[in-house]
Design a protein around this ligand. Structure first.
Ligand SMILES: NC(=O)c1ccc[n+]([C@@H]2O[C@H](COP(=O)([O-])OP(=O)(O)OC[C@H]3O[C@@H](n4cnc5c(N)ncnc54)[C@H](O)[C@@H]3O)[C@@H](O)[C@H]2O)c1
Ligand SMILES: O=c1ccn([C@@H]2O[C@H](COP(=O)(O)OP(=O)(O)O[C@H]3O[C@H](CO)[C@@H](O)[C@H](O)[C@H]3O)[C@@H](O)[C@H]2O)c(=O)[nH]1
Length: 447
């Protein structure tokens, strides 16, 4: 089929490359010329495992084309996927201007009947607005069916998720459009759920809010575990064995980040408020996450005292491993809080340094390897569980730091392993181990 994808971000690029891989003729359009120039030259503007190979192959065989020209993208196509950004506005509501602009362009440039699928995460009711824009502005002879087709991929495993997702949701009342999309996705052998547009839009927000709730729940349990001397990893393992609960998304840590959970939970809270429903549970999930992201600096202050002039190695800038995305990352909050306390920060990340530099500039130093980050640091904070960080031998902390204090925000090491080394080690929801293997419950910190 001839397919157009609007937006060359994480979702747009993965969708484009994977649909081209399935044999479709795909045109991906973006408004950022620099991005399209890079892509046309076979260079990826993002870090996403597996994407480079798909891009190279499908650019070369002509199945995938990049453009900034809307007449090329929209005038001769059968299905259009909208994958433009829907970022958070100040106050937490959803910025829909990119959706609005894309819809206007589509309406203006289409020259045949099309199905328009919204992959962007949009508040319930937005697809009706897209339909209104298109219907009001397109040529009256053309048929354009607007369908909600929310995306569930995770960064860092997005290509895998495209081919092996848990479900595909199609929100439409139009049986013909549903059947065309079902056929498009058929080779993936993933269950397809066909529902109405508003339910499809809500499935996306409810999914993210539920996953965020699981994370905040386990983080709250972890904070209690730490105070009563239980071990959160044991507890999560134990409760996860109940099939009704499951093991996924029960990893305690320094909270969820990313371009989705923080913004989508706030958007759903806003949506609930708009219909005069106070979503107490979701509000608590967000508050717990804010606390959790601040935990490393609280622990640092309780352990060391003043952080003024202290050298801190921050290990990980991305919001999770295997991505260069720093949107909503706990690390950004940690840096800001450390700098406010007067600390000197040197950060290491295998992929996210260029993105971090755009936001943090020269307020911190950057290290291109773990050892340089740790060199002479007085405190190390593990913020992202990249393999390069979680698999590093514990000896490096002793070799490169003066008197190592490690705050492990992702519980990368087992306490047994830690006890073989002489370092002060604080993790999430587990006993704190002080230098010389002293595990002293009386030394539990209080925050
Ligand atoms: N990132 C994820 O993991 C993920 C997963 C599922 C859903 N989503 C949702 O998908 C949407 C896109 O997310 P993303 O992370 O890929 O965003 P992104 O910010 O990485 O990319 C969005 C792209 O859209 C482009 N754009 C803006 N207006 C345009 C227009 N009129 N025409 C063409 N391109 C235009 C921007 O220039 C940008 O390159 C969001 O709604 C997000 O919530 C994201
Ligand atoms: O047990 C866990 C699982 C995740 N996280 C954190 O939660 C955040 C989000 O992780 P993840 O969900 O793996 O990454 P995303 O790429 O943000 O994907 C989420 O957001 C996307 C955008 O909406 C959805 O498409 C995906 O289904 C949804 O998982 C990260 O900071 C993780 O460190 C935890 O702290 N504990």
């Amino acid at each position: 089929m001839k397919i157009t994808v609007a937006g060359a971000g994480y979702v747009g690029l993965v969708t484009s490359a994977c649909l081209a891989e399935l044999g479709h003729q795909v045109t991906c359009i973006d408004i950022q010329k620099e991005k399209i120039d890079l892509l046309q030259n076979n260079r990826l503007p993002i870090y996403e495992p597996g994407l480079r190979q798909l891009l190279a192959k499908n650019l070369q065989n002509g199945k995938l084309v990049f453009t900034v020209a809307p007449h090329l993208a929209y005038s001769n196509t059968e299905i259009i996927f909208i994958a433009v950004g829907t970022p958070e506005k100040s106050g937490g509501s959803v910025e829909l201007k990119y959706i609005d602009e894309a819809a206007q362009q589509i309406a203006h440039y289409i020259e045949n009947d099309v199905i328009i699928c919204t992959k962007s995460t949009v508040p319930v009711g937005t697809n009706d607005l897209i339909k209104q824009i298109i219907d009001n502005q397109k040529a009256p002879t053309l048929r354009a069916e607007v369908v909600s087709n929310p995306e569930f991929l995770r960064e860092g495993s997005a290509v895998h998720d495209f081919f092996h997702g848990d479900r595909i949701v199609i929100g439409t009342d139009n049986l013909e459009a549903a059947s065309i999309l079902k056929k498009l996705y058929q080779p993936l052998d993933i269950p397809v759920i066909i529902t109405d547009i508003r339910s499809a839009e809500m499935i996306k927000y409810a999914s993210n809010a539920f996953l965020a709730t699981k994370i905040s729940f386990i983080n709250e349990i972890s904070n209690i575990c730490q105070k009563v001397g239980a071990d959160i990893d044991e507890v999560a393992f134990g409760i996860g064995h109940d099939k009704r609960i499951g093991h996924d998304f029960l990893k305690a840590g320094i909270g969820y980040g990313g371009s989705c959970f923080p913004k989508d939970t706030k958007a759903l809270l806003g949506l609930a408020n708009d219909v005069e429903h106070h979503f107490d549970l979701l509000e608590a999930v967000i508050n717990v996450n804010n606390f959790q992201q601040s935990l490393p600096v609280l622990l640092a202050k309780e352990t060391i005292g003043s952080l003024q002039g202290k050298k801190v190695a921050l290990l990980g800038l991305a919001f999770k491993p295997n991505t260069d995305d720093i949107r909503g990352s706990a690390s950004i909050r940690i840096v800001n809080e450390l700098l406010k306390e007067g600390a000197i920060v040197r950060a290491y990340d295998p992929a996210a340094i260029p993105n971090a530099q755009c936001i943090l500039g020269d307020r911190i130093e950057y290290a291109y390897n773990l050892r340089f980050a740790l060199h002479e640091a007085e405190l190390a904070i593990i913020a992202t569980d990249w393999a390069q960080i979680k698999d590093a031998p514990l000896g490096v902390y002793q070799s490169f730091m003066k008197d190592p204090i490690v705050i492990d925000g992702r519980n990368c090491y087992s306490l047994k392993e830690i006890q073989k080394h002489s370092l002060t080690y604080l993790s999430i929801g587990r006993r704190y181990i002080f230098k010389d293997n002293l595990i002293d419950d009386k030394k539990m910190l209080h925050f």
